[in-house]
Design a protein around this ligand. Structure first.
Ligand SMILES: [Zn+2]
Length: 126
């Protein structure tokens, strides 16, 4: 389990601390976590459903890391590319900015770097 610095804790809201601890500490596979009780305490079934739906597009996507937490996510068949920036929390499909829930491109990016346990840190607070 990762340790959290006191200064980091002060900066985070209670909700974020809960999420941070949960997703850093337990390191459960995401599919299991989404269906678990812990998950539903933090996010309603609507958000879980959207994420599960977005995950279905992963088999058509391939993410390439381009540095600074940025990715190019390509549709394998069409070659269409979406740009993901995890720092700015943007995706060029704009779904992430509009809904606050990571789109398939973001999920694909995180998984390509083994960061899928951080996914819930990228769900908007509101
Ligand atoms: Zn997207």
């Amino acid at each position: 389990m990762d340790f959290v610095e006191v200064d980091d804790l002060k900066r985070l809201t209670v909700d974020r601390v809960a999420r941070f601890m949960m997703y850093r500490g337990y390191k459960l596979p995401i599919g299991v976590l989404y269906k678990g009780e812990r998950m539903s305490l933090l996010y309603g079934p609507r958000i879980v459903k959207i994420i599960e739906k977005n995950r279905k597009s992963l088999r058509y996507l391939h993410a390439t890391y381009s540095g600074d937490k940025r990715f190019e996510v390509r549709y394998i068949h069409s070659g269409h590319i979406n740009a993901v920036d995890l720092v700015a929390k943007t995706c060029s499909c704009r779904s992430w900015q509009l809904s606050g829930v990571p789109c398939g491109h973001v999920i694909c990016s995180l998984e390509s770097r083994g960061m899928s346990s951080d996914l819930m840190l990228y769900v908007s607070d509101c």
